[in-house]
Structure formats: C-alpha cells, structure tokens
Design a protein around this ligand. Structure first.
Ligand code: ADP
Length: 388
C-alpha cells in the first residue's frame, strides 16, 4: 500500500514536471510567434498581408501601409480586390490568383496595382496558401514588392531598344537603296568612259588619255566601295542559324585564298575549332576577312604565320586569329572597325576599308564581341566571341 502511494507520488511529480516543461515551451513558442509577428509587422520594403479563405484582409504590416497607403485600421476586413485595377477586377484576377495559390500552394503575379490615392504601382506578388496541422486550407499570405522603378527602367530600355532597332533597320534600308541606286549611274559612267577610250584611242593628246585613265580608276574604285556597302547592308538579311563546323569553314577559306597563301608563303595553323550554331555564309565571310587581312598586312619579306584557335569560356567560344604582320598602333585599334576606315592608301595595300566593319556586324549578329591586341611591327591578335 505504502509502495503504491509512493509510486503515485513519483508519477504525480513527473506529471507536474512535464506540465511545467510544456508551459515553458508554450511560452517560448508564443514569444517566438510574437517576435515573428512583430518582425513581419515592421518590415518596410515588402507588403506582407494575411488573407482569409475569401481574400479578406486579416493582417497588415508597415510595408503594406508604406506601399499601398492604407493604415491597418482602414483596411483590415476589406477584400484584397481593392488593390486591383477595374479591368483586373472585371476579369476576376484576384479570385483567379487565390484559386491558383490554393491549387498549387504558391503563385507569382506581376502587374499594376492601385494605391489608396488611386495611383498605380508595379507590384510583384507572391501568394502562398496557408494550411493547418490537418492540412486544411486556412488562408493565404500575400507578399508584395513595389518594383515600379525597376519596371519603368525596363520599359524605358525596351522602348529605347525598339527605337534603336527601327532606326537601324531604316538606316540599313537606306544604305541598301542608296548603294543599289548609285550603281546604275556609275555603270553608265564606266561604259561611257570605256567608249570614249576605245573610240578616241590615239586621237586625243596625252593629257586627255591620262584624265580618262583617272576617271576609269576612280569609277572602278567607286564601284568597289558601293558594292562593299551593298554587301554590308545585306549581312544578316536571311537569318537561319545552323550547326557549322569551323574547321571545315577554315579549310574552305584557305582553298579560296590559295593564290594569296601560295604567293605570300603563308602558313595557316588551326587548333581545336568547335562546331557552333551560326549563320554559315556570314561566318565564312568573317573568317575570310580576318584571314585575308592577316595575309595582306604582312611584314615585308616575312612569310605570314597565322594561328587560329578557340577556347570555351563560360557560355561563349572565344576565337583568336593571331598573325605576325605589321601590327596596328593602339590609337587606331577601335577606328579600324568603322566603315571605310583604313590606315594605308591603295598603293600600299589595296582594299575598301569595310572588311572589319563586316566582321563587327557579323559578330554582333551572333551576339558576340570583337576586339584586338597588337604590337606594331610584331603582329596582331584579333579576338571574337560566339555564343556556345
Ligand atoms: P581593308 O582590309 O579593306 O583595308 P579592313 O576594314 O579589313 O579594310 O581593315 C581596316 C584597316 O585595319 C586596314 O586598312 C589595316 O590598316 C588594318 N588592319 C586590318 N587587319 C589587319 C592586320 N591583320 N594587321 C594589320 N593591320 C590590319
């Protein structure tokens, strides 16, 4: 009997212990919930709102007051539809968001919202469904960020880019039409000069013969420039990307340039070239321009050695065309990518000055960059990237 009463007492003490521990844990839990609630309440940059099942506002923090302009007193109990524009309300957007959150647990929605004073802000909303221990839906928590500034900047950038694109297209159209139309009168001039030169051969004095020769040279040069301009405006007109083996393109370009390679005793070394998604005709033109420049701008009496290599860096392939040619002084290293910019006259090195402008346009078309390193008298390395 005594043993039983002792056991009951021990049990009673244990029970009291457990009850005390439980009370302490509950107190801790309550205080941590309070801290959490007041933390949420104080957050300024995010509107954090809890809603009941129908979307009526239950809790309202400082951030919500800051972003939407209502105090908790004014808004608790109202339906969260009031933050939506009339068009979104008519479309039942608030109800659709609640339904989607209930279905998927969480939904993200970015759109214009209405402040208390009727002004709009760009809100990025995350709506999360809340459940009790039994897994029943009890309401929602809605977190809104005011991203108006970011949205305005994005809109401005978008407008600026579309304007730039339109102007670029117009400019290309203009270049195409102008160069196309200029060819016709130029052709007439060339034909007439040829006619005068043959019909009046030997009948004119030496001066007139010289003048005719100059006119012929100038019209040929102008024809080359106009053709180059026309080619430039055509780059990227037909846009179909495909898998292109860069090794094969170099072999084709080397074949096309075999006379120049043979005459200059050039050595072309290629290493590790990849297969890339690219516009094949444009890519060939890019390789051809870089390779032919490396041969053309060689040092006197030094056979050109051109090394073509490629490394993958992150999401890009970085190509290098390195030569041992005459090099380019630092102050010209940007200028040479502009249309018709040349550092030599026709007698020193012939050309139109559009090759590197072509290269830049082609690389840009592929979403890449082109640049160079060069030491005059030692050689140049042209680099460009293509998205991998
Ligand atoms: P072009 O070759 O018709 O002159 P480009 O636009 O291809 O026109 O080149 C512009 C200028 O850049 C050239 O006139 C030349 O002065 C310089 N250049 C281009 N490539 C090289 C190179 N590999 N080495 C030295 N100079 C070069």
């Amino acid at each position: 009997m005594e043993l039983l009463s002792k056991s009951i007492q021990v049990l009673g003490n244990r029970l009291q212990d457990v009850e005390e521990k439980l009370a302490a844990t509950e107190k801790l839990l309550k205080s941590s919930q309070d801290t959490y609630a007041s933390l949420l309440g104080e957050i300024q940059d995010y509107a954090i709102i809890t809603l009941d099942l129908q979307g009526n506002i239950v809790n309202w923090n400082k951030g919500a007051e800051h972003i939407k302009g209502y105090t908790a007193k004014e808004v608790v109990g109202k339906n969260f539809r009031i933050f939506y524009t009339p068009a979104a309300q008519a479309d039942n957007t608030p109800e659709k968001i609640l339904a989607a959150a209930a279905r998927n647990g969480r939904v993200q929605h970015d759109d214009y919202r209405v402040r208390k004073d009727g002004t709009l802000f760009w809100g990025s909303v995350t709506m999360t469904a809340l459940h009790n221990n039994e897994g029943e839906l009890t309401g929602f928590i809605k977190i809104t960020r005011d991203l108006t500034q970011r949205k305005l900047m994005e809109d401005q950038t978008f407008q600026y880019l579309s304007k730039l694109e339109t102007e670029n297209r117009e400019l290309e159209q203009f270049t195409y039409i102008a160069s196309h139309d200029l060819q016709e009168p130029l052709r007439s001039i060339s034909t007439l000069v040829e006619l005068v030169a043959t019909e009046y051969a030997g009948k004119l004095d030496e001066n007139a013969d010289n003048y005719l020769r100059f006119i012929r040279q100038s019209s040929n040069r102008m024809s080359d420039l106009i053709k180059a301009l026309l080619d430039y405006s055509r780059i990227g007109k037909v846009k179909v990307k495909e898998a292109v083996d860069c090794n094969q393109i170099i072999l084709n370009v080397v074949d096309d340039l075999r006379t120049a390679i043979h005459e200059s005793k050039a050595q072309v070394i290629m290493e590790n070239l990849p297969i890339v998604q690219a516009y094949p005709i444009e890519l060939k033109l890019l390789f051809q321009n870089l390779l032919s420049n490396a041969i053309k701008f060689r040092q006197k009496d030094v056979p050109p050695v051109i090394r073509i290599s490629c490394v993958k860096k992150g999401h890009e392939y970085e190509f290098t065309f390195a030569d041992n040619g005459i090099g380019i002084a630092p102050r010209y290293q940007e200028k040479i990518f502009e249309i018709f910019q040349r550092l030599h006259n026709q007698l020193q090195y012939e050309g139109t000055g559009i090759g590197l402008a072509h290269c830049k346009k082609i690389v840009t078309l592929h979403g890449g960059r082109i640049w160079l390193n060069s030491i005059p008298g030692q050689g140049s390395q042209f680099y460009f990237t293509i998205s991998a």
